[in-house]
Design a protein. Structure first.
Length: 385
């Protein structure tokens, strides 16, 4: 079998494995990092080559005695051991995940040693026409040491990654939980304002609200963009009933959004802020514009709303620190809520995408008679931590 045919078989096995099982579920319980991807294989090959170089240097009495031919032989043996072991551990990832760390680790270790014994004996037979047992024992001892250290390192790396993921998930859930009470409070206020005026309509709004909360109580941290937009439409319908003709929602969306995943409740708080800090403060109301576009695998979400103007023609800066202005309006709590929502979204995007996502808030045409407040989200369409 040549290296080319081996790589073909290796990646065919990886592709088949990805198609037959959910690798993310396996990774959550796996003892070792996921070795069924090109980056992991490349890392193992690099480590194997460094080990081969170290072995050749150990056998050389000086730099002048360094043999490139010996390096070639040793590299060939080491790479066969590394690649076959990676293929074996990739194939055993599901069974090993069901065992205790001690049992799974012992099986993984013995599997690597078995592969190493077969490869070393085969190489000795091919090169010498016989098995040099003294050399086999020497290289098996070295293999046992290096493989034990490497497997231990991979195990600790996996445990650290799982711990970081658990902490990250807890952080995301805590941030998500801070949104829901705020959403419930504002929505119930809308229902309460309808009860004395139109009980039948209030009942319909409650039904819409229950559907919104049914969607929000789902545990998935990432949901289809279409589902997030459906939640926002239902919420907008609730506010439409409360504000009537004062509120107009303008949707400008992508045509194909079925396959796009976004963090849940990432858009609804922005629409809520646009209504409560913009439309509700304007006697004549206004238009909230939601623009969803994509460019070069980047998803852009923009929410824009008109801003109220004070008598001295100064804009009510929703993100400013002007406490005197807030006292005049009696909206200090609203300002804090807006800051909390934007900060919450920024932290959740940071948790999901790190520095690959951005949140920007700006005032457009501040010096005109009709300024707008705009919040822009930019996040990768298919790149998570």
């Amino acid at each position: 079998m040549t290296f080319r045919s081996f790589f073909t078989a290796f990646y065919s096995a990886i592709k088949k494995r990805r198609a037959t099982e959910n690798s993310s579920v396996v990774q959550e319980r796996s003892l070792l990092p996921y070795l069924c991807n090109p980056s992991a294989v490349f890392g193992l090959v690099l480590i194997g080559e460094l080990i081969a170089l170290a072995l050749v240097l150990m056998d050389s009495s000086s730099i002048s005695d360094f043999s490139w031919t010996q390096l070639g032989y040793v590299s060939m043996v080491v790479q066969w051991i590394v690649l076959l072991s990676a293929l074996m551990l990739c194939s055993l990832s599901v069974p090993l995940s069901r065992l205790s760390p001690l049992s799974g680790g012992a099986i993984a270790y013995m599997s690597v040693l078995t592969i190493a014994l077969v490869v070393i004996c085969s190489a000795s037979w091919v090169i010498n026409a016989y098995i040099a047992w003294e050399a086999v024992v020497k290289y098996m001892v070295l293999t046992a040491i290096f493989s034990g250290i490497l497997l231990r390192y991979l195990y600790l790396q996996q445990q650290l990654r799982l711990q970081q993921q658990a902490e990250l998930q807890s952080r995301i859930q805590a941030l998500h939980a801070r949104i829901r009470p705020h959403f419930l409070f504002n929505s119930m206020n809308a229902v309460a304002s309808l009860i004395p005026v139109d009980p039948a309509l209030a009942e319909k709004v409650v039904e819409d609200l229950s559907e919104v909360f049914r969607m929000s109580l789902q545990q998935a941290s990432l949901i289809p963009l279409e589902k997030e937009l459906d939640l926002c439409r239902r919420y907008a319908d609730i506010e439409q009933v409360r504000l009537g003709e004062r509120l107009t929602i303008e949707w400008q969306l992508l045509e194909h959004i079925d396959d796009i995943q976004v963090p849940s409740f990432i858009l609804q708080p922005l629409i809520e802020n646009a209504i409560y800090h913009g439309i509700q403060r304007l006697p004549e109301g206004g238009v909230v514009t939601i623009l969803v576009t994509s460019e070069e695998q980047q998803l852009s979400i923009v929410v824009q709303n008109p801003m109220p103007i004070l008598e001295d023609n100064k804009t009510d800066h929703l993100l400013s620190g002007n406490d005197e202005m807030d006292n005049e309006l009696g909206k200090t709590a609203d300002k804090k809520n807006n800051q909390m929502a934007l900060g919450n979204i920024a932290h959740r995007l940071q948790a999901h995408y790190k520095n690959k996502a951005t949140v920007e808030a700006e005032i457009v045409d501040e010096n005109t008679s009709a300024p707008f407040y705009r919040v822009s989200l930019c996040l990768p369409m298919n790149s998570l931590l």
